[in-house]
Write a protein that binds this ligand. Structure first.
Ligand code: GUN
Length: 298
């Protein structure tokens, strides 16, 4: 008899809640033993509405687990020098465990210079070259939140990755590149054979069709269709886009994957919204807790 094929929709919202509940319990325990709490600072420059929404969500989530959260808001005209000075103060402030500078920054500010100015021990975004370098050579470091969230979903759903062919669509510094490294490491999840595809890849479909695990971080709405996916593949969608739709709001949120089409073939798939997205904030809070524990030798 043929085995019935099922598709599991990965519930990122549920896993993110579990991670946050675990953080909340741990923070409560730490406060019992110590009158300090972990403290996360977010710097935002300018008035990008998406950035303001992200930062507000981070602040709300931090407070919900007992992590102190502060947001430093600066006008778009803020000079690079002023921003670097603020970072210097935060770097040496013993009461602050984590610092993120929300991206994108206004064009007159050099992003790399800003990231390199953050104390790597407080770089809970995991963007500083020291943290990226440590991740590459397998040393403990802050892993940026979205890649860490994807790895956590694979772990909690006990998805086998060892020896599998993982194809990563996209080579960004924030998602595609770190995930390609993490999936190739001698870890679990990990130990996969990894191929990275990008805008110059020739015959993309022939490669994506070989993927046991397909990670989509290409930045193009509903780009991945069923004919690009092998039967039974694990499909992870990191994209998030607003597209016009006949809804009350006039739009809907979709990922890089055409979910209705691809979910017919996948063994596991992350939806958008409710897949990888909620994990990002949970893992940022986890990094803040790790930073606090490291400072206190816990
Ligand atoms: N902008 C979009 N995603 C991120 C993120 O993860 N961290 C920061 N600092 N800015 C972002």
């Amino acid at each position: 008899m043929n085995k019935i094929k099922t598709t599991t929709i990965i519930d990122g919202k549920l896993i993110a809640k579990k991670v946050k509940d675990e953080i909340k319990a741990e923070v409560a325990g730490l406060i019992d033993n110590n009158d300090q709490t972990p403290h996360l600072v977010a710097i935002i420059v300018g008035e990008d509405p998406a950035s303001e929404t992200y930062v507000a969500s981070k602040e709300k989530a931090a407070r919900s687990v007992g992590i102190t959260s502060s947001v430093y808001k600066y006008p778009a005209e803020t000079t690079e020098e002023e921003l670097l000075k603020t970072i210097e103060f935060i770097n040496i402030d013993d009461e602050i465990d984590g610092l993120i500078v929300q991206l994108p920054l206004p064009d007159h500010i050099n992003v790399n210079k800003v990231i390199e100015h953050i104390n790597p021990d407080k770089d809970v975004d995991g963007f500083h070259p020291i943290n990226v370098g440590k991740m590459v050579i397998g040393q403990p470091s802050f892993i940026s939140a979205t890649p860490a969230g994807v790895m956590e979903l694979l772990k909690r759903y006990k998805i086998e990755t060892e020896g599998k062919h993982c194809v990563v669509l996209g080579r960004s510094n924030i998602v595609g590149s770190p995930l390609s490294i993490l999936m190739s490491k001698k870890t679990n999840p990990g130990n996969a054979t990894v191929t990275i595809c990008h805008s110059k890849t020739i015959d993309l479909n022939s490669i994506t069709k070989q993927a046991d695990i397909l990670i989509c971080a290409i930045g193009s709405p509903q780009f991945v269709k069923a004919d690009m996916v092998k039967d039974g593949a694990v499909v992870i969608d990191v994209g998030i886009h607003r597209i016009p739709a006949e809804t009350e709001k006039g739009y809907k949120i979709v990922g890089d994957v055409d979910f209705d089409d691809v979910s017919r073939k996948a063994s596991f798939i992350t939806p958008v919204p409710g897949g990888v997205g909620p994990m990002t904030i949970a893992m940022l809070l986890n990094n803040t807790l790790l930073s606090f524990k490291k400072k206190h030798n816990i």
